[in-house]
Ligand binder design. Sequence first.
Ligand code: NDP
Length: 488
Amino acid sequence: MSSSVETRTSIVWDYAPAPESVDHVRLKDRYGLFVDGEFRDPSDGRYVSTINPATEDRLADVAYGGPEDVIAAIQSARAAAPKWAALRPLERAKYLFRVARLIQERSRELAVVETMDGGKPLRESRDVDVPLAAAHFFHYAGWADKLRYGVNAREVEPLGVVGQIVPWNFPLLMAAWKLAPALACGNVAVLKPAETTPLTALLLAEICQEAELPPGVVTILPGDGATGAALVRADGIDKVAFTGSTAVGRDIQAALAGTGTPLTLELGGKSANIVFEDAALDQAVEGIVNGIFFNQGHVCCAGSRLLIQESVRDEVVAKLWQRMRRLRLGDPLDKNTDVGAINSAEQLERIEVLVAAGEQEGASRRTVACELPERGYWFAPTLFTDVSPAHRIAVEEIFGPVVSVLTFRTQAEAIEKANNSRYGLAAGIWTDKGSKAFEVASALKAGVIWQNTYNHFDPTAAFGGYKESGFGREGGPAGLRPYLRVVR
Ligand code: NDP
């Protein structure tokens, strides 16, 4: 085992700072619960501050929904459900188009707030999260009057009131993934954002107001894990959709077992990014970097297990390390930043525990030398080699900027190692040979497989996992099915 946390060497890239302006952002001092089309105080008056993980500065106080608020939210949603379901599909579509356009209009503000609340680089929130959130509303607006064509020409109806719980890694985008198909199918939704990143969901609530969405069609219920637990167990919820950790997903599945309430779960992953010797290696290195350092590795489908064919292992590791040393970590609002802040102190601790386990178990660690800001939560890009498939860093989801390198000799071994996981969310295949890519893809037990690219998302494509990565699909026509009941 060896370990090296690099000390600053010759590579110093002096870019002029390029901070995004925050002057145009007008955050309120406090945000209530968005119930029945308006913001209101929580029944027990509880507000908690949400902070910027890059500075630890308070951004706003946000209401926490308690059990009484969950009941009130569901009552309001139930009252709105029949009218929304009976609305002509084309009219429902108009509302969704309006929401999509308003997201576009407020995109700068949404991107800045997403970055301040969550820590991700502005370049990502501006170029990925916000445009994709709008694209999901556009996409499902188009489906609203064509639902039958999305489900094999069957006759379908909405389920009613859906409870949706989203995590902190893509707060606005996950809200869009959940709300857009649910509403297009004629359901009404009660959505709980994550504790550490509630702000963009609350701005989305303002957008729903601006779009004059009928009260009760969308409810945003910020809070903590207890709010989420109360929501999934409440009477009057006709379907639950959850994205987050496998542990909580398991808990929700147990709570709903035997109730007949439909459930979709999008959970964790430990995805294999497989590099064959015939791949374009420079391109593959860019894909590896995008696969694991995008959003600080806080990505359920992150390519955190890097499988490299033995013959090119040294070359790929050398190129990767060289590329990693040029990543810029720091102020997420700076447009040059590649790696932003870790989302919370708790998440930083989880990453540190797993990285320490990697060292204790005998893997070799290399961590890029970065000047870490004094305040906030940071973890420098880290590469582990000499990793065995049994090491915790090869098995458990780290959800941070940490990649574990394993090797293989043959295609069969690559497939076996890639599938040797309790997860099955995503995989990447890097090869010049189309036939090899198809052969490997069809043998991999993963819901999403990219060839010669990674972390590419599109509203028309289905996303979801196998095994402990969950079940059900989001995106594209497949994303309609979980929100519809087939009548005939
Ligand atoms: P959680 O699964 O706890 O959080 C996801 C969402 O579920 C949040 O809105 C959370 O609320 C809510 N929640 C928490 N407990 C319950 C409950 N008992 N019933 C219903 N809803 C609940 O993820 P963590 O934030 O704790 O992250 C832990 C680990 O999970 C990470 O290190 C990562 O490995 C993994 N993870 C995976 C994600 C994925 O997309 N696959 C996303 C996020 C995390 P609140 O935030 O208020 O606690």
